[in-house]
Ligand binder design. Structure first.
Ligand code: AMP
Length: 248
């Protein structure tokens, strides 16, 4: 089974984002960028499927600026076999990403696409669902467990109040939730090996996709600063305070 894993380069999850002074977006100048954490989980799941003898080849694809190649190298060091960089000038919105991925799927014919459930920069949580719709493939979103048996993919999903298991007839789209697995760190020898693995370069035009934005960002602002706490003498004072604030 060939597995395609789309990976996005995003601001590192440990970095506290700063809003640009003109409020047009988040300041990315000199900021550490990394693979989106949910994409790391997707790569890990694909590598585990390969280790189990289920997946035969793992292709990773990133749509973004030239530096997204580093994200692909990280995925290759974790165990993916080859990469595709679809080079763009800047960020691409989920619908255009999904259309490009559809083109990649048509060219590569994977039987399974595993994406992150969401990218931590735009928090869209749209790409996997849109891709499944464009391909007319079944989808299992927010997976906390994935098992593949022949052409059938079983996905356990975390839903309100419990777990739901869905059975998909492959080819299928799966998106990863946090508890699916714990991604491995790439070892130094694997990082060295990854440098020799092939990365193909493409453009959105190769897939006939127009990446012009459809959304205009009106304003990006910092969340309000947290108010300082207040100490009260006793429970009676606390109750009085809550009452006067209209909290009870
Ligand atoms: P989103 O819908 O933007 O929250 O992203 C969900 C998932 O779609 C990510 O975890 C990736 O697997 C995939 N994805 C989104 N944008 C890109 C991109 N530019 N390049 C590759 N994969 C992407």
């Amino acid at each position: 089974m060939k597995v395609l894993v789309p990976v996005k380069r995003v601001i590192d999850y440990n970095v506290k984002p700063r809003v640009k002074p003109d409020q047009t977006g988040v300041d990315l100048a000199n900021v550490k960028m990394s693979m989106n954490p949910f994409c790391e989980i997707a790569v890990e799941e694909a590598v585990r499927l390969k280790e189990k003898g289920v997946a035969t080849e793992i292709v990773v694809v990133s749509i973004g600026v030239q530096q997204a190649q580093e994200t692909l190298r990280t995925a290759l060091a974790m165990g993916a076999d080859r990469g595709i960089l679809v080079k763009t000038e800047g960020d691409v919105e989920p619908l255009a990403v999904a259309k490009i991925l559809k083109g990649v799927v048509e060219a590569e014919s994977p039987e399974l696409v595993i994406l992150g459930k969401q990218a931590i920069d735009d928090d869209s949580n749209q790409t996997g669902q849109m891709l499944a719709a464009l391909l007319d493939w079944p989808q299992g979103t927010f997976a906390s467990e994935v098992t593949v048996d022949g052409g059938k993919v079983s996905v356990t999903r975390e839903v309100d109040g419990g777990l739901q298991t869905v059975a998909l007839d492959g080819p299928a789209v799966v998106t990863t939730d946090l508890r699916l697995n714990e991604p491995r760190y790439a070892s130094l020898p694997n990082i060295m090996k990854a440098k020799k693995k092939p990365i193909d370069e493409k453009s959105p035009d190769d897939f006939g996709v127009d990446v012009s934005p459809r959304l205009a960002v009106v304003k990006v602002s910092e969340p309000p600063a947290r108010q300082a706490g207040e100490k009260v003498e006793d429970v009676a004072a606390l109750v009085a305070k809550l009452k006067s604030a209209g909290a009870i």
